[in-house]
Design a protein around this ligand. Structure first.
Ligand code: SF4
Ligand code: SF4
Length: 73
């Protein structure tokens, strides 16, 4: 599990990989993977997130949220 950053996808908003796949294409550190046409989070990589926000910008329906867990400390 991640310690500092949690990446979340709201599946009720996501358009799917075939129709969109934006998050998967833009993430420079491969936080996103694909399963059954849905993006999934590679949890062991979450702390590698650079907070570049490219996935958020790529996601038309605003399905991606980056939680900064370290701000809770
Ligand atoms: S903010 Fe950047 S590094 Fe983090 S999950 Fe999104 S695209 Fe990947
Ligand atoms: S960018 Fe958003 S809508 Fe597109 S596949 Fe990723 S989470 Fe789904």
């Amino acid at each position: 599990m991640s310690e500092f950053i949690k990446v979340e996808i709201d599946k009720s908003k996501c358009l799917g990989i075939e129709a969109c796949g934006g998050c998967l294409k833009v993430c420079p550190v491969n936080i996103f993977d694909e399963k059954n046409d849905e993006p999934m989070i590679v949890q062991k990589e979450e702390d590698e997130c650079t907070l570049c926000d490219l996935c958020i910008e790529a996601c038309g329906p605003n399905a991606v949220t980056i939680h900064k867990l370290y701000e809770d400390y």
